[in-house]
Design a protein around this ligand. Structure first.
Ligand code: TXA
Ligand code: MG
Length: 343
């Protein structure tokens, strides 16, 4: 890193900011950009040295591949081999919060894909993300812009908290509309396999493909030591704040009684808005118990807020409400290192 990179510039989204980002990306630098899911840490996906800087900035293990971001179908097919199923899903959901794992084209260097022969590709819908990709003319490798293992960033302030001094520029495009990372679906085998649940649910994908979508076991279960991860990211600690999280399932009444009985210095509730009234300990809310979209939107900010408020432990109230709940469940289980109390 040069001395200049030690100062991270934060720019509001604008044509000038997009042009500055594009110039840095063409010069092999890393830039924090907004997307509709979470903020990304972008670099030229075709330049191994630029991609290496992403791994360094995040502290990410080099065998954990990156998602390549494109701004149109032509760019999509320039990095990945499209299949009939991929074509259908692109027509239905792109641009949007869906990532497809397909066979990689040789133009993409091995380092971008963690040494795999497959590639994860996504066409984001955030106008600034699209503008940056188009202005640079490059497919952009972009993992979530957090330090490896921590909660993903849903505001530019989150990116600055993790990346200040590590990258030259962050573009502020406001809070992310979705709030969790894209759904990751592998199409490299006959059967479509869900590797990461997101805003687009397995049921929605099944409707388009008219076919069953398998869900990888590791989405909601801790992997055994001898198990091979279908997605390398599944092996690693994820989404975890410094606060030690425990997931607690059960009714509002049972949860309230449980956390109130466990009231102690540093212990917080991470709860639904509806839970707040009856609590005798400090709390951070993450959306409404009956509206999963609000939970998805608030979760990562809430995990960061626990750290900011000095929580040492937090009991996270979770109940499955609908298909989208799987995205919340997956993040909370990992944030909690699979510690669950069923009331
Ligand atoms: O919403 C998102 O997808 C965000 C924004 C910035 O676009 N990006 C994101 O990237 O979440 P990241 O790197 O944090 O997560 C990528 C996940 C990892 O779990 C990785 O292991 C998996 O996708 N992945 C990437 N390439 C893969 C491949 N070829 N095969 C299987 N899994 C892959
Ligand atoms: Mg990530």
């Amino acid at each position: 890193m040069t001395a200049l990179e030690n100062i991270t510039k934060l720019l509001q989204e604008s044509t000038a900011a997009v042009e500055e980002a594009a110039a840095l990306l063409k010069a092999g630098q890393v830039v924090g950009i907004p997307t509709e899911t979470v903020y990304g840490l972008a670099a030229n996906a075709l330049n191994p040295a630029a991609v290496a800087k992403i791994y360094t900035a995040k502290g990410r293990p080099s065998d954990n591949p990156l998602i390549v971001h494109v701004a149109d179908k032509g760019m999509f097919s320039s990095v990945a081999c499209l299949t009939p199923k991929a074509e259908k899903l692109i027509a239905a959901f792109c641009p949007g919060p869906l990532t497809l794992v397909l066979n990689k084209k040789s133009v993409v260097p091995a380092v971008t894909c963690g040494g795999l022969t497959s590639i994860a590709v996504r066409w984001p819908s955030h106008p600034t993300a699209i503008a940056v990709i188009k202005a640079s003319g490059l497919p952009l490798a972009a993992p979530s812009a957090n330090l490896s293992g921590g909660p993903s960033p849903t505001t530019a302030a989150h990116v600055m908290a993790d990346m200040a001094g590590r990258i030259p520029l962050v573009i502020d495009g406001g809070p992310c509309a979705v709030g969790v990372e894209s759904t990751v679906l592998s199409l490299t085998d006959d059967k479509p396999l869900l590797l990461r649940p997101g805003y687009i649910t397995a049921a929605e994908i099944e409707q388009v493909l008219v076919e069953k979508v398998e869900v990888a076991n590791a989405v909601l279960h801790k992997m055994n030591d001898d198990e091979t991860a279908p997605s390398p990211g599944m092996k690693y600690k994820h989404y975890a704040p410094k606060t030690e999280i425990t997931v607690v399932t059960g009714s509002k009444e049972a949860y309230t009684d449980f956390v109130n009985a466990n009231k102690k210095q540093g212990v917080f509730a991470l709860c639904y808005e509806e839970d707040a009234g009856g609590l005798a300990l400090p709390y951070v809310t993450y959306g409404s118990a009956t509206n999963t979209k609000t939970q998805v939107n608030a979760l990562f900010n809430a995990l960061r807020e626990l750290d900011e408020k000095g929580a040492t432990n937090a009991y996270a109230h979770f109940n499955q409400v609908d298909q989208l709940s799987t995205a919340v469940h997956n993040r909370l289980l990992r944030a909690a290192a699979f510690k669950v109390i069923e009331l």
